[in-house]
Write a protein of this length. Structure first.
Length: 741
């Protein structure tokens, strides 16, 4: 989503001092109800008129916020006589969406996933939830769990997601949702389903088999939904096997509501509805934005369909029941919006912490890092507008940072940003958060000469690097909703810039600010590389603390960095033959099927540039002494894996022990599948004995494959192999077991 359709993305930005709190009026809230949500919803629905029921199943045509300073993206008027509150929708997978008001610009959601830390992920969601509530919103639209980075790493919304693996992505997004819902907001999981690219997203037809969908994209949704108890799911723009997602009965009524027993409501993405009766009967409960179909603006309304007998009133009652039940279960019903205070300083500190835990050290060739401020006399800061700020992602994830943007540039929309799908890019801007790496490095190394070159002139940049002790090149790759990148190379002259600087100074550090994976033709010449994602409004401070060793990086890649776009399942992004056409076109996901991300590279035996789960540290670790114990007969099939993690280096740090599972041959599973992990923090020389339990009863179905013939998860027959290590490509066999033996 999405307000780019209606208004300029950055409209309404205001300047707020970076260290101040934003305070609005506050209101007391009543105690929560003691009654069962379903019973209470039934009682309320029974008291409604037909008009009141219809009022709740689509947004208002006029967007407004009757309760506060923030402008809701979508508004569903409530029913005052029954004390049913308005629904006030706010987007923001990386912080409150810009049109609502100034807010904390968090690092990208991908940075949260790169921490491999569910406690940090909860903090991330808490910032979003508290700030949305302070603006008077009571529905969050930001739970993006699509596996875009695995299926289409050039996707413009990758930075909003949580990686390519369904277990990692689902678990991280579940924590975002749980934290948001702790603030009495309805959490929304999106975009359901197979919305893994932005090119022609309104007519892209995802072709995929049942098993492949269940074990990849749908599994991420299932894990996130069941772990978070989210009360809303947003269906997507695209088609799935030739049926629009928002009127896909198998996905909505079948998988979601029947199979997963989802009790909440399904709302459409903005203008993703294509019919009234067909969509409602397929499982769509609420149309956004406005009531163009459900309200009869663009065709027969639901009211007329009920009157003519095309749709039973019982279906409308169920739609309303689900919406009201969600209000009761999540909190908006008993805890009305209470305009409050944004803790700007506290939330900024969390933003910094997120990046410190999620930045990934990809290379440290000569142990150049961490830098020694006392023994570094001169530092060149080059490129990336590092003199003023750090870049952020565009579209409906754009945040208007507290303190105001330090730089706003016209968007560099690629050729894929065409038609209505490209409006998000065309109406967007490249926004830099007010966090200057130049200033942060100067503050951390006050006795060094720290000079800046913008990188436009390669010779001038190389000259500055040549006369400096260390050169730090900041490179950026802007992405946005409504577009896919034409490739994975850095835009403009940035690849040439890194090559020129590293040739001039062997002590060159590259800091990447990107929405996802990038190619690195200059990698061999760079001494150190740090992936900082979209760093957020405390990003520069976090980067400086990592570079100078105040923080030991512990992030691990939640995505695979390919060595070439030729290594992807689809080297060329599928798109309509005629860019002006609105006819569906196929995107063939049967090529990789369930082998998404690292599973594709493993199955094809392709060496990635950097593998899923990879990340360096300033210390070293050993993971040893694995002991595999299968669950006893009669218990849920599975195993316990005990092992020792030891910090064998000289500084404190954290390692992520990763457990992968290989299925019995002949089943058709990937070579290995992530089934568990444990992040361990250790002082120098310290060691810890850890045990990970994996059970077939887990939400992630770790020991099972989807059997389409029976429509159920089934365990394989034979020997399973358990792997232990610290990335998908650095694993050792920990043991084998046969379930039931």
């Amino acid at each position: 989503m999405r307000k780019f359709v209606l208004a300029s993305l950055l409209g309404g930005m205001a300047f707020i001092p970076a260290c101040s709190n934003i305070t609005f009026n506050s209101k007391p809230t009543p105690p929560p109800p003691s009654q069962d949500p379903d019973q209470q919803a039934d009682q309320l629905v029974a008291q409604m008129t037909l008009g009141e029921k219809l009022q709740l199943v689509h947004g208002a045509l006029t967007i407004q916020n009757p309760v506060g300073p923030g402008k809701a993206e979508e508004w569903v008027p409530g029913i005052p006589r029954l004390e049913i509150p308005d629904l006030l929708y706010g987007d923001g997978p990386v912080g409150v969406y810009s049109s609502i008001g100034p807010a904390t610009a968090l690092p990208s959601s991908l940075a949260s996933a790169a921490s491999w830390d569910t406690a940090e992920a909860y903090k991330y969601g808490l910032v979003i939830g508290t700030e949305l509530r302070a603006y008077g919103m009571n529905v969050w639209l930001g739970g993006n769990v699509n596996l875009t980075s695995g299926r289409e790493p050039r996707d413009g919304r990758t930075f909003e997601t949580a990686g390519e693996d369904p277990l990692l992505a689902g678990s991280i997004k579940a924590q975002h949702l749980l934290a948001v819902q702790s603030q009495d907001l309805i959490g929304t999981l999106k975009h359901y389903a197979l919305n893994d690219g932005e090119t022609g997203r309104f007519q892209a037809n995802a072709i995929i088999g049942d098993r492949a969908a269940r074990e990849s994209d749908l599994l991420a949704f299932e894990i996130a939904l069941k772990e978070s108890n989210a009360q809303s799911v947003m269906c997507s723009y695209n088609l799935v096997n030739s049926v629009y997602a928002c009127q896909h009965g198998d996905l909505l009524n079948g998988v979601l509501k029947t199979g997963w027993e989802f009790p909440g409501f399904v709302a459409s993405d903005a203008f993703a509805t294509h019919s009234s009766v067909d969509s409602a009967l397929a499982g769509l409960d609420q149309e956004q934005i406005g009531g163009y179909y459900f309200g009869g603006v663009w065709g027969p309304s639901l009211e007329s369909a009920i009157g003519s007998g095309q749709m039973p009133v019982s279906r409308l009652d169920n739609m309303v029941h689900r919406i009201v039940r969600a209000m009761i279960a999540a909190g908006p019903f008993s805890h009305p919006v209470a305009i409050g205070t944004i803790d700007a300083a506290g939330d900024a500190a969390i933003a910094r912490e997120i990046l410190e835990q999620g930045a990934v050290l990809l290379k440290n060739g000569s142990s150049l890092l961490p830098l020694d401020a006392a023994n570094t006399s001169s530092i060149a800061i080059i490129g990336g507008h590092a003199d003023v700020g750090v870049i952020s992602g565009g579209g409906s994830a754009q945040v208007s940072p507290i303190g105001g943007a330090s730089l706003t540039l016209p968007p560099e929309c690629p050729p894929t940003a065409t038609g209505i799908s490209g409006l998000a890019c065309l109406n967007s801007s490249e926004v830099y958060d007010p966090s200057s790496p130049l200033a942060a490095v100067r503050a951390r190394a006050p006795n060094a000469s720290v000079q800046f070159a913008d990188g436009a002139d390669l010779n001038a940049a190389a000259a500055l690097a040549r006369t400096s002790t260390v050169a730090i090149v900041f490179v950026t790759q802007w992405t946005s909703e409504g577009m896919d990148l034409p490739g994975l190379n850095l835009s403009g002259n940035q690849d040439a810039l890194v090559s020129a600087v590293s040739a001039a100074n062997p002590h060159t550090i590259v800091v990447i600010e990107s929405g996802g994976a990038v190619l690195m033709p200059w990698l061999a010449g760079a001494d150190a590389v740090l992936e900082a994602w979209y760093p957020g409004q405390q990003g520069a401070q976090a980067i400086a603390r990592i570079l100078f060793g105040d923080v030991n990086p512990s992030g691990k890649l939640p995505i695979t960095f390919p060595g070439s776009v030729a290594d992807l399942p689809r080297p060329v992004i599928p798109q309509p033959a005629d860019p002006t056409s609105t006819s569906p076109f196929d995107v063939d996901y049967t090529i990789e099927g369930l082998n998404v991300g690292y599973k594709w590279f493993d199955e094809q035996n392709i060496q990635p540039l950097f593998p899923f789960g990879f990340g360096l540290s300033y210390t070293t670790f050993s993971i040893s002494n694995p002991v595999l114990t299968p669950n006893a007969a009669g218990a849920s099939p599975g195993f316990q894996l005990s092992f020792t993690v030891k910090n064998t280096g000289a500084v404190a740090g954290a390692e992520v022990a990763q457990v992968y599972l290989g299925f019995p041959p002949g089943i058709g599973e990937p070579p290995r599948r992530l089934v568990a992990w444990k992040k361990v923090h250790l002082d120098p020389g310290a060691q810890e004995q850890d045990t990970i339990t994996v059970s077939a009863s887990d939400f992630s179905h770790p020991l099972s494959y989807w059997d389409s013939s029976s429509g159920s998860w089934q365990m394989g027959t034979g020997v399973y192999t358990v792997y232990l290590g610290n990335s998908s490509r650095n694993l050792s066999v920990a043991g084998t077991f046969t379930p039931g033996h």
